[in-house]
Design a protein around this ligand. Sequence first.
Ligand code: SF4
Length: 478
Amino acid sequence: MLPLSDDFAREMPHEECGIVGVYNHPEAAKLAYLGLYALQHRGQESAGIVSSDGERLYSHKAAGLVADVFNEKNLATLQGDCAIGHVRYSTTGSSISANAQPILANYKGGTLSLAHNGNITNADELRAELEERGAIFQTTTDTEILVHMIAQAGARNFDEALFLSLMRLKGAYSLVVLRPDGLLALKDPRGFRPLCLGKLGDGYVVASESCAFDIMNAQYLRELTPGEVIAFRGGAARSSKPFPAADQSFCIFEYIYFSRPDSMALTRSVAELRTRLGAQLAEEQPADADIVIAVPDSSTSAAIGYSQQSGIPYAIGLVRSHYVGRTFIEPDQNIRDFGARVKYNPVRSVLQDKRVVVVDDSIVRGTTSRKIVNLLRSAGAREIHFRVSAPPWKNPCYFGIDTPEPSKLIGATARDNDEIRKFVGADTLGFISVEGLQKVMPKTQGYCMACFTGEYPDGQRPSGEFTKDILESGKRHG
Ligand code: SF4
């Protein structure tokens, strides 16, 4: 059984990975380390950095948090002025150290290292094909499939081998690739997962989120466009678009939940958009209440937006513990909603006898929401009006987000919202509508909203073994 704190954490959908790249900076590995530190929320299973001094690649990766995996001594071995890094989300059942990234490989075309964020939906097919041709896999990650494809591509040079291989991939990937001659950063043709570009001195940085640039003191330039490849070589950055054009399908959940509020997503402030989502939610789902509180931390901006729009004062009614570890031991005595109590503590003086609007950013299984409602009631809240700044989650994600199987998604199994309300135990319940969500999002971008609508971009819903595998164990994402 998982430690309780993990069990509780698993009720939310999870981002699978964060990636970072540093080009042309004398402290490349240290900067990659700082970048990964800022991206830790995107993955806690393992962390790794591969650096390059222009001739050789140097690697260090292990299971654990960034601060545990790296120290002064091992960072000093990561020589050179280029580096890529990766944090991976915690999963069970998979070999943690073998699947740690970046992957480092030697093949007849030289040495290369790759780190990826996303999920390849035709991975089974490609893996079977490669194994048929004699490839031996050491990990269960999609990233290794790409390494074998590059090695077997029979192309004239590395770039051609990479692009020929990528053309065959379906699904979502943001990727950083390191070779002795430079670094490449790219997004799949639909741009599902984030990847942004920044500038630091004479060099460049890329990262899943711009909060990584802030800690490096780098300047945010922009988000990579769908299908864009940026090659950093010879001191310069060159952008190209080798893939056939496709409509953008940026993961809308990056705005709602995954990204840190201090990040930019598609050049828009995540905090600002979440505040607007909260305001839209207040318009669509008003409540007669005394205070608005957030389920911290990811819902704080939405709760502030709800408060501003409704005129109901914002208050801090739940305090989150940031130091919940994996080694937490459950006391012998059975304590009700223990997992929730470990993570959140209600502020009784704020909640006592109040009619409370509690804003959360998603309801997935409903069990977390129920525990939160119980906590608020136990702290004296008189009425609880649960408001959600995302529509009901009804469908699994195949593009790099770990979600429960459909039978565990309360949005898919409940007959209507009132059934969800009863399960959660709130006095009223309201979700933002899909239309409301679309209204708030910048119109210049295209989004994936398949987990809410069931409309998978380009019919990219995989079938058969892949679906079975990903829903049962689902642990191949990068
Ligand atoms: S299905 Fe949902 S979580 Fe997955 S990429 Fe699309 S919007 Fe994001």
